[in-house]
Design a protein around this ligand. Structure first.
Ligand code: MCA
Ligand code: AMP
Length: 486
């Protein structure tokens, strides 16, 4: 079937013997990926929406490609998601099929769905992709990615195929990203960073990706020594690299040979920037994005890397700073909220017209909630966030409200407030302020961390618990978070 729309992955259709994906000892060429994902696509083509059990494996990469070839929207799931959060995501996104590797054990909400095993066997080069439809309309949904807000459960950002293509092609332009690039990373595959940029990005370019399974400094060194040209990571990963550098000259050598080191998802501290530059002669390039907007800005490969900035707007992205009221556009040197507009944006929050409407201005600008100033030459400097109730820990966005709600369900907790505190490794660490039900027997820190990990996700667990006899409140009864810890 022919389509008036260009394919999202021309290199997969071309099905050459070039390497596409490598996870540990297992790999697939483009021809093998075309055959494997193509046959899976044919078998899920009638699904309304599929959930993907997004372990850091080859199966996840094949599963997302299959869903995109089939034109079926895919919801990547963090396999460590706890009961309450998983229940919400499954009920909200209502997938009809779940994609998982043959050995994966699925929790209750997913066992009720039809299951399609992602098998890699039988993928022979040259297999015809019978049953795969023509390229769908660019406005049709590609992925639904769940992202935390200040309050309430996570919302599903609906990302159209157009946004994926736009953002990946803008990064091609900014980073001179080609089919010769070999990307290495150890990012999770249920968020934009690891899945869209780190997996679909190389596939759209016809290049290759080597996934570490889990991040380690050793893995980074090994792959950069063995032909990888680019590294993607969150600041916590670059911090761990910076910490390891003084005792590891081979790591410094491996990094200095890379074509591009890219950091994103949170601010890379200038100190880590400088330590890496001093040891390797290479400057990490920062880019700034969001689940809802995909990528907005980046330092260009041919531009000047500048620590503390996230570079300039990407091709096709309009960016402005607005004042408190959200109306007036500010002079570049004044601190304002970043608003963006362009073909990189999501279409809506699934089932949440209220939240979608609130996220945009009347003339279509998306309110990021990030506060910034502009350097005279247009480089964006992010200086903070509008909402103190959003925490970025290890590059994950976490809403204080969802953790407070989970903590309040614990029988030992009478009152709870959650804040973020600076942390050298994680950027911010989650701190829970607890008024125990029984002051004589407060719930143990590990107990509360385990409770949040089991209900929500392990990365949302408090790293520190502080016990109080009461929470500071103003006359209206509102908790005064800024005075906690004072
Ligand atoms: C510890 N663990 C627990 C508990 N305590 N599990 C259950 N209950 C507990 N009480 C487990 C964890 O699950 C984990 O298991 C292990 O102990 C270590 O946990 P942790 O210390 O949290 O992990 P870490 O190694 O310190 O993680 C650091 C990290 C990670 C690797 C940097 O934070 C990470 O992968 N961050 C990436 C976030 C990301 O990709 N963000 C993108 C979203 P196990 O070891 O088995 O896992 S932002 C985005 O997409 C936008 C668009 C953008 O701009 O990029
Ligand atoms: P998420 O909602 O998980 O997609 O995270 C998006 C948020 O991550 C943005 O709104 C920013 O606050 C933050 N972020 C992403 N990249 C950067 C960066 N390079 N520097 C600072 N903050 C960033």
């Amino acid at each position: 079937m022919s389509s008036p729309h260009p394919p999202l992955f021309p290199a997969i259709a071309a099905a050459t013997d070039r390497p596409a994906l490598r996870f540990g000892a297992r790999s697939l060429s483009y021809a093998e990926l075309n055959a494997t994902a193509g046959s899976l696509a044919a078998s899920i083509g009638s699904a309304h929406r599929v959930a993907l059990w997004a372990t850091p494996t080859l199966e996840t990469a094949v599963g997302v490609v299959a869903a995109l070839l089939a034109g079926v929207p895919v919801v990547p799931l963090n396999p460590k998601t706890g009961e309450r959060e998983l229940g919400h995501i499954v009920a909200d996104s209502a997938p009809t099929v779940v994609l998982a590797a043959p050995g994966d054990e699925l929790p209750a909400p997913l066992r009720a769905l039809d299951r399609e095993n992602i098998t890699l066997t039988g993928a022979t080069a040259g297999t015809v992709r019978a049953g795969v439809p023509a390229e769908p309309d660019p406005e049709s949904p590609a992925l639904v990615v769940y992202t935390s807000g200040t309050t309430g459960p996570p919302k599903g950002a609906v990302l159209p195929r157009r946004a994926l293509a736009t953002t990946l092609d803008a990064l091609e332009d900014a980073w001179q990203w080609t089919s010769d690039d070999v990307l290495v990373h150890g990012l999770p595959l249920f968020h934009v960073h690891g899945l869209i940029l780190g997996t679909l990005g190389p596939l759209r370019r016809g290049g290759s990706v080597r996934h570490l399974g889990r991040f380690s400094v050793d893995g980074v060194r090994r792959e950069l020594d063995d032909g990888a040209t680019m590294l993607f990571g969150v600041p916590t990963m670059y911090h761990r690299i910076a910490e390891a550098l003084p005792a590891d000259p081979a790591l410094a050598k491996a990094l200095s040979g890379a074509r591009l080191l890219v950091s994103g998802s949170a601010a890379l501290p200038v100190h880590d920037h400088e330590r890496i530059a001093a040891a390797t002669g290479r400057r990490v390039v920062e880019r700034y994005g969001m689940t809802e907007t995909l990528m907005n800005t980046s330092v260009r490969a041919d531009g000047e890397p500048r620590a503390g900035t996230v570079g300039v707007p990407l091709r096709g992205v309009e960016l402005r700073l607005v004042d408190e009221s959200g109306d007036a556009t500010l002079d570049p040197q004044e601190v304002g909220e970043i608003q963006v507009r362009g073909p990189n944006l999501f279409t809506e929050y699934l089932n949440r017209p209220d939240a979608t409407a609130a996220a945009f201005t009347a003339d279509g600008w998306f309110r990021t909630g990030d506060m910034a100033v502009l350097d005279p030459d247009g480089y964006v400097r992010i200086v903070g966030r509008k909402a103190t109730d959003l925490i970025k820990s290890g590059g994950y966005k976490i809403g204080a409200g969802e953790i407070e709600n989970a903590l309040l369900e614990h029988p030992g907790v009478r009152e709870a407030a959650v804040t973020g505190e600076p942390d050298d490794d994680l950027g911010e660490r989650i701190v829970a302020w607890i008024v125990p039900t029984d002051p004589e027997q407060p719930p143990a820190e590990a107990d509360l961390a385990g409770h949040v990990a089991a209900q929500l996700a392990p990365h949302k667990r408090p790293r520190v618990v502080r016990y109080l006899t009461e929470l500071p409140r103003n006359d209206m009864g509102k908790i005064m978070k800024r005075s906690l810890g004072a």
